[in-house]
Design a protein around this ligand. Sequence first.
Ligand SMILES: C[N+](C)(C)CCCC[C@H](N)C(=O)O
Length: 288
Amino acid sequence: MPVEEFVAGWISGALGLVLGHPFDTVKVRLQTQTTYRGIIDCMVKTYRHESLLGFFKGMSFPIASIAVVNSVLFGVYSNTLLALTATSHQERWAQPPSYTHVFIAGCTGGFVQVYCLAPFDLIKVRLQNQTEPRARPGSPPPRYRGPVHCAVSICQEEGPRGLFRGAWALTLRDTPTLGIYFVTYEWLCRQSTPDGQNPSLATVLVAGGFAGIVSWAVATPLDVIKSRMQMAGLKHRVYRGVLDCMASSVRQEGLGVFFRGLTINSARAFPVNAITFLSYEYLLRWWG
Ligand SMILES: C[N+](C)(C)CCCC[C@H](N)C(=O)O
């Protein structure tokens, strides 16, 4: 099994993640809190109350976990494609796989990575939603003191299964949309590359960026539901399931609720995924 594909997936995921985390914090806050009037308002308030550090809340765990999550995503994707088409990564541009195979491999990668991602994503969302400024003498401490404390508290208060809160919504969000993600990337690369050649640096950047935007645009409605279900255990507002969360969100806030965070998700998706695909492709070429 080509191990380099897992390592390349990890490094490229980490680079993308750091770049995109401030956008991600604004997105999570807009999706789960009703106190902000929009992106700019959320950014200004976060900066005023919590300084620049506020935008980087909840980042340490994703950095550690991206090693597992992105290497599983890209590794399973690539190896599924290898099993389906019997062409290794080096031969993949010369003998391109069919889009159906790319889609199936993407969905498989997406499905498998959810089980690594779910607990880390839950902790990230809980920490990002703590709007208290850094501890000052006299001010009440935030509920969670950090990622480990957060994980332990969730286990104690909600049981170990609590760590998988929202995992079903995450599965529904990621399985089809990661299929779309890889198909968009492949399609855009092939459109702008002569047959049989490797795509250029600019092509990889643009195709990666758009793959991110397209897949996030499709994923946003379930992203909102996923984030709300992850916060539910905390706010004592428990949903009976994905459908119940959808129905009660629409009832209270209208259909627009499904598009919360769409703009910021797209703005984040371009640079994050451009860097992710660029480093993935080039690392594999160097090692090739
Ligand atoms: C498929 N869906 C859009 C949900 C996720 C795509 C994830 C890609 C990348 N790690 C990122 O954070 O943008």
